[in-house]
Design a protein around this ligand. Sequence first.
Ligand SMILES: Nc1ncnc2c1ncn2[C@@H]1O[C@H](COP(=O)(O)OP(=O)(O)OP(=O)(O)O)[C@@H](O)[C@H]1O
Ligand SMILES: [Mg+2]
Length: 478
Amino acid sequence: MFSRYKKPSSATPVQPSAATAAPKAATPQQAKARPAPAPKKAAPARATPEDKERKRRQRLGEIKVELHKRLLEDLNLAALEHASESDLKQEIQAICGEALEEMSIVLNKDERVTLHQDLFDEVMGLGPLETLLKDETVNDILVNGPQQIFVERAGKLQLTDITFKDEKHLLRIIDKIVSAVGRRVDESNPYVDARLQDGSRFNAMVPPIAVDGSLVSIRKFKKEKLGIDDLVKFGAFTEEMAAYLQAAVACRLNVIVSGGTGSGKTTTLNALSSFINDAERILTIEDTAELQLQQTHVGRMESRPANVEGKGAVSQRDCLRNALRMRPDRIIVGETRGEEVIDMLQAMNTGHDGSMTTIHANSARDGVSRLENMIAMAGIEMPLKAVRSQIASAVNLIVQASRLQDGSRRMVSITELTGMEGEVISMQEVFRYERLGVEPDGKIIGRFTATGVRSHYSERFRQWGYDLPPSLFEPVAG
Ligand SMILES: Nc1ncnc2c1ncn2[C@@H]1O[C@H](COP(=O)(O)OP(=O)(O)OP(=O)(O)O)[C@@H](O)[C@H]1O
Ligand SMILES: [Mg+2]
C-alpha cells in the first residue's frame, strides 16, 4: 500500500507486490545523486540547554529539507490528489523511514512524529504556516521574509521561532497559495490579495518590491465570529451600549464603524448585523468576503481585481451600483476605501437606510474627514458644504473601535451626527471609554460611560418601539 503514491522507478521497475516490501536499498545512481549522510553531531564540551535545543532544531531542519527533497522525487504527485490523509501519512512515514535508515540517522519518537507532520504539511499544506493556521489562539500571521514570523495573540504581536528555510521556500508556499486561486505573483506582478481555502484573508508582496524578502499577512478566518454577547463579555462595550446599538440598528440608522488596522471593525460590523430583522433583504459587498451574517435573506458579493492581462476587474463600486438594482433593504459594504463612497452615501440617503460600512479612521471627526477626502479623490467636484451636508444626512452614527496598547479591543466612542451648523457637521458623543490609568503589568484601567447627552434619535427609537430608559444615557458617577 505504501507505494501507491510512489513514482515507479524508471531505472528498476518494481512489481506492485514487491513495492510494499521492506525498504529498498538505494541504487548506486541514487546514492551518488543524493548528498552524503548528515554528519553525526559533535556536541561541544559544555553546551547550554538553549544551545542544545538550537542545534537539535537546526539538525531537524536540515533533515527535513533533505527528506522533503526526496519526497518530491519519490512521490507521485498526480496520484496525491485523490489520496486520503492517512494513506499519505503512511506513505510519508515509509519513505522517511527508508531515507533515515539510508542516511544512518536515528531520531526519537517525538522527533519522528514532528518530522512526519512537518513533511505532511509541506507536501499537502502550507509548510511552516500550517501550524500557525491550525492554532486557534492566533488571529494574524505576519511574515517579514523567511526568517521572521510574527503572530498576533490576544491583541499582542509576538515573534515565533518558526521560520522558512530560505526565500525560495517562502516563495514556493506563496506560489502554492495564489496559484490555488488562479492568481500569479512574480517580479512583474509583485503583490497579491487572495482568500485561503478556509476563508482567511491573505496578502503577499514579493521582492524586489519587498526589500528583505517576501512579506505576507494573513488575517485568520474565525468560524465562530464574535457576537454581541461575546464582545460585551470581553469588555469591548457594555450592555447599555449594546441596548443602544440594538435600537439604532433595528430603527435603521445608518452606521459607520471606524477604527485603525485590526481594531475589530469587521467583527463589530458583523456583530451589529445580528440586530437586523430576519425579514429584511441584505446585500453585502466586500473586497474579501469576511462577513458572516446570520439572517436568511443575504446576498454576498466579492469584488475582483484585474487579471494578469489587466482585464476583468469588478470594483466594490461596480458591485454597489449593481446592488442598488437588486432591491436590497440594506446594503453592507465591508470597508469603504475609495470611489464607492459616493454610491454608499447616496444609497444611505435614498431609501436604503439602515446600511452599514466600516472606514479606516482614528476618531469620529477623523472619519468624517476621511469620507470628505474619499469623495474629493473620487473626482467628484462638489462644494465642501454640499459634501458635508450629504455626509450629515447620510450617516447617523459613528462607532469608533480601537485596539489599546494592552491589546484589548474596545469601542472607545459612539457618536451621533445630528445635522449641520453653518459649514460644520454637528456631532454629539453619547458613550465613551475613559482611561483612568495603567496597572503595573501594562493592563489599561478604564471604564465606559454615557456622556449625559440625550440621544438625538430618542423620538425615533420610541416610535419604533424601543423605549430606552433615560438612565442609559446618564454618566457613571465619580
Ligand atoms: N473585542 C474583541 N475582543 C477580542 N478579539 C477581538 C475583538 N474584536 C476583534 N477581535 C479579533 O481581532 C482580530 C481583528 O479583528 P477584525 O478583523 O474585526 O479587525 P479589522 O479592524 O476589521 O481589521 P482590518 O483593518 O485588517 O480589516 C480578529 O481576529 C478578531 O477575532
Ligand atoms: Mg476588517
